[in-house]
Design a binder for this molecule. Structure first.
Ligand code: N01
Length: 648
């Protein structure tokens, strides 16, 4: 992996024909704003050629072919002049100009607050959008005396260790697996890949020449593996080691953490703070179906794939139709004699023609050579796959068809998705009926498809069964209608235990309070990070920090880590030993979150999903904009916390 900062673009030395060829592959909206950087000429974004909002499915956002040709010709002249002039840039744009560029690329006026966010993202003046300014002023001696224990070396844990190291804070990472990567290490099922665009699903400060727009598990694992090496944090990680218990010691205001080493020995570590970076989708769930253990053949969960079983020519039963089944079934079907998929609820499917496509050479060249193009392309993706989609999931209380959709906009999305599904399976009315969900789009995770899933369901060797499973037998499955199915292998694509955040670890806070008992299946936290009565325990990807409509969970981790660093900085600056979130602050925050979630498609009472706990509360999701989370997590407000010092 060539890890480079976005602003380290390569000088242009290539021939005219290379430039021209690359421009054929340009994202025109991203290119146009990059041209403003290159020339300082605002007229480029003040003419008739402009991206249009809400055209989220069109990669050129409504810029016509003819208009694209005009922009390419203009870009060719500008890039040649830039090359021939020694690759010099005019002065950086000011805040007003950035705001205009941002509104231009989105196609509608955005909140002014986005400009500040973007200035950081663009790093025009070397800003670190997720950094914690002022950390460098704290004496190293103080930092050396503050030890942080990070649980997990997946995407969030690697980030946490890196940021702590950068800040000069000592840390130890405890990882249950033999290597880094978390979810990308554990999930090795065939077809596993990211379904958020990779140019946003990456650390903001470690771009990569992603081979595909949505890369495979192998490529993602390589990325995180390389990051861990490049960050120099491997020596901080204790592999094959599990945290069993963590107990807050009120005397010293520190945490005592019991770990089980690879050789089974037990050790107690002491830490000033803990960062729980274990993810929400970490503990595989096999549902309690009658006779579950009776099956005589191999059976395994998608997140614990048993590669030793050759599926060629086999009869396979797959339970579930969430994202894991969606990606693995098409691959299994290529090998197996027969695949029977048991569906309880159909997923909404969103067309994404480039889902399996490779990034062309021209696109790579533009990303690497044209100043700020990669940054704007990232923002363009960020908007189109995330922020811009939020509106479509928002409930309009006046909308009369709340069961099928939550607003007029949401209904239009429903119609589009229905049209797409119909275009592939429409000539099979029985299959079509099984594939159209009866709940609003966004109620559950929308799966991105380039036709692979729906075409797989049409294969002669694939059958989609909606008759509920009654029991598992020695030979296979029996459904409620009494139909029997015999299999060689049963695969559980049945998800995880998201509401049991941090389970099965025993975490004990003030007065020995046990976290899982305290939460009772209903995890809450302040900003997803702090839990009252659990001082100096910080979560990453904690309660209500999951996102439903796409974009990148890495963005959230970067926000959370910035906030956590801010907390540590505050403790060190004030010479306090611990900070404990105030209960009323936490409660008011969570009321706001619950209200927000009730207004979203995934909060609709008719929808059941892993976003809700058994009581029906949305425990996992963040209901507002990404910008709002970015603003919320800039740093802690000291008045939100109770500070305590070490007891004499
Ligand atoms: O799990 P899920 P997943 N009988 O919980 C069904 C992320 N992810 O592993 O919908 C029959 O979504 C259940 O049915 P229902 C992503 O965030 C990302 O697929 O509850 N069926 C459902 O169909 C995703 O959302 C990627 O009615 C039973 C399925 O099992 C999250 O992980 C790839 C059942 C479980 O679906 C989880 O996805 C993979 C029963 N008793 C995962 N119990 C990327 O692309 C459960 N089901 C990045």
């Amino acid at each position: 992996m060539a890890a480079r900062k976005f602003d380290n673009w390569e000088p242009i030395t290539e021939s005219d024909s290379t430039i021209q060829a690359a421009l054929e592959d340009a994202s025109i909206p991203s290119l146009m704003v990059a041209l403003v950087h290159l020339t300082g000429d605002e007229s480029i974004m003040r003419g008739d050629i402009r991206p249009r909002s809400r055209l989220l499915a069109d990669p050129q956002a409504g810029v016509t072919e003819e208009q694209q040709a005009v922009v390419r010709a203009q870009a060719f002249e500008i890039l040649k002049a830039y090359r021939d002039g020694g690759c010099q840039l005019p002065p950086a744009p000011n805040l007003d100009q950035i705001a205009e560029m941002m509104n231009f690329i989105i196609g509608e006026p955005l909140l002014e607050a986005y400009a500040e966010f973007l200035v950081g993202e663009l790093s025009l003046h070397g800003e670190d959008p997720f950094g914690q300014p002022g950390m460098e002023q704290i004496p190293q001696k103080k930092k050396d005396a503050f030890h942080v224990l990070v649980i997990g070396a997946g995407m969030s844990g690697i980030l946490a260790a890196h940021r702590l190291k950068e800040a000069g804070i000592p840390c130890t990472v405890i990882e249950k697996n033999a290597d880094v990567g978390g979810t990308w290490l554990e999930n090795t099922y065939p077809g596993c890949r990211v379904d958020s665009p990779n140019h946003t699903y990456s650390y903001s400060f470690v771009p990569k020449n992603w081979p595909q727009f949505f890369s495979s598990q192998k490529v993602l694992l390589e990325y995180f593996d390389q990051c861990a090496s490049d960050f120099g944090i491997r020596d901080n990680i204790r592999f094959n080691t599990e945290v069993e218990r963590a107990e807050f010691d009120e005397q010293s205001q520190t945490w005592n953490v019991r770990i089980r080493n690879a050789d089974g020995t037990i050790q107690i570590l002491n830490a000033n703070a803990i960062i729980g970076a274990v993810g929400q989708l970490n503990r595989p769930r096999r549902p309690d179906i009658e006779g579950r253990d009776a099956f005589s053949g191999p059976s395994f969960h998608t997140a614990q794939w048993e590669h030793e079983h050759d599926l060629t020519g086999k009869r396979i039963g797959v339970i579930g139709t969430g994202a894991s089944a969606f990606q693995s079934v098409p691959e299994i079907a290529k090998q197996a004699r027969e695949v029977v998929v048991f569906q309880r609820t159909p997923p909404w499917v969103r067309p994404q023609p480039i889902y399996h496509d490779y990034v062309s050479d021209g696109k790579h060249w533009l990303l690497n050579h044209v100043p700020y193009y990669a940054k704007w392309f990232r923002f363009f993706m960020f908007w189109r796959s995330g922020e811009g989609m939020l509106e479509a999931s928002k409930k309009d209380p006046a909308w009369p068809h709340q069961t099928r959709s939550v607003s007029e906009y949401n209904d239009r999305i429903r119609a589009n998705f229905t049209k797409y599904i119909t275009s592939i399976v429409g000539d099979d009315p029985e299959l079509l009926q099984k594939c159209i969900p009866d709940y609003p789009p966004g109620g559950k995770r929308i799966l991105v498809d380039n036709g692979t899933w729906l075409k797989t369901l049409r294969r002669d060797n694939v059958h989609l069964i909606t008759d509920p499973i009654a029991k598992i037998t020695e030979a296979g499955l029996v459904t409620e209608s009494g139909e029997t199915y015999e299999f060689d292998v049963i695969i559980y694509a049945t998800g995880f235990y998201p509401s049991r955040i941090l389970w099965p670890m025993e975490i004990r806070g003030l007065g020995g309070l046990d976290l899982q008992t305290h939460w009772d299946g209903d995890p809450h936290a302040y900003k997803g990070v702090s839990i009252p009565q659990f001082p100096n325990f910080f979560c990453m990807y904690g309660p209500n920090t999951n996102i439903v409509v796409n974009t990148s969970i890495i963005f959230f981790s970067e926000c959370e880590m910035r906030y956590i660093l801010g907390c540590i900085k505050l403790l060190l600056e004030t010479d306090q030993a611990s900070m404990d979130c105030k209960q009323d602050v936490h409660d008011t925050y969570n009321e706001w979150i619950d209200e927000g979630n009730a207004n979203m498609a995934w909060g609709a009472p008719t929808v059941k999903s892993w976003y809700k706990n058994e009581k029906g509360r949305v425990t996992q999701n963040w209901p507002f904009t990404l910008l709002k989370f970015w603003q919320q997590t800039k740093g802690p407000d000291p008045s939100d916390y109770i500070f305590r010092s070490r007891k004499p």
